[in-house]
Design a protein around this ligand. Structure first.
Ligand code: SF4
Length: 263
């Protein structure tokens, strides 16, 4: 199955919603959710995106959840038409590329992003695991902002320190707006957080960091079948204080789109 051409990509869904995380929290975005992820974070709430689905769903009217099903893969012209249909004047603040891991579709994005910028005039926001600096480089000129994860091994089960550092350095060199998201749970090792703080501070202590308490998952319905526990209030207070010794902006915000019943 070819998932990575420069003219087609496999998608999960296209819809209009309120961003629930990070620097753009509360803003209205057109979400393009790409299929496939190469990581397996223990807390993942998007495990349905891990595989290359044969179909995607597309919202017909912004915010009405009147989805129609379409076969995958999708070409650039088709996706452009779907985004233009969502782009009601004045409604959206930006376009969110999310997943899965959008950078697994970098050749497609390199073709698509200049077209969608020209057609909509909307800023482009990339939400990523922050572990694929080579693919990032190919689309950086077409991005306005990047929300990258730093995966803590004690929480996610993933370890990508070197890639995260290269990724962040590439963002700062390009002058794209960048912020960091770190998922924390009761299992968080403070040594991981210290290492993350030092990694960010070594690039720039001004880069905003968001500590995101994990949204507890039902262990039976999750592929890893692990019990994921949210941190205690005392843990969050302690971790924020610890990170603020090295960084200027460390905010603790849970996933607000879950509270608002967004997708
Ligand atoms: S990077 Fe995101 S989509 Fe991929 S496994 Fe981790 S949380 Fe899930």
């Amino acid at each position: 199955m070819n998932i990575n051409t420069d003219r087609t990509a496999r998608l999960i869904e296209v819809f209009s919603a309120i961003q629930g995380e990070g620097l753009n929290v509360g803003t209205r975005q057109i979400f393009i959710r790409f299929a496939i992820c190469d990581l397996r974070c223990s807390y993942c709430d998007s495990a349905h995106t891990w595989v290359a689905s044969d179909e995607c769903r597309v919202e017909m009217t912004p915010g009405l959840r009147d989805f129609a099903m379409h076969p995958n893969p999708v070409d650039t012209d088709t996706l452009l038409a779907w985004v233009e249909r969502q782009n009601v004047p004045g409604l959206h603040d930006s376009i969110s590329l999310t997943g899965g891991e959008p950078l697994l579709h970098a050749p497609f994005l390199k073709q698509f992003l200049p077209q969608v910028r020209l057609a909509t005039g909307l800023p482009i926001y990339l939400e990523t695991g922050g572990h694929r600096p080579a693919q990032l480089q190919t689309i950086l000129p077409y991005l306005d902002s990047v929300g990258m994860d730093i995966k803590l091994p004690s929480v996610s089960g993933e370890e990508h320190w070197e890639e995260h550092a290269k990724f962040l350095q590439a963002c700062v060199r390009s002058q794209v707006e960048v912020f960091i998201k770190i998922i924390v749970s009761q299992q968080t090792d403070t040594a991981d957080l210290e290492r993350a703080a030092q990694l960010v501070a070594a690039v720039s202590p001004e880069i905003p960091v968001f500590l995101q308490p994990v949204t507890p998952l039902d262990s039976e319905s999750h592929p890893n079948k692990e019990l994921i526990l949210a941190p205690t209030p005392a843990q969050v207070l302690d971790w924020q204080a610890q990170m603020k010794r090295a960084l200027k902006s460390v905010r603790a915000i849970p996933q607000t789109h879950k509270m608002l019943n967004q997708l």
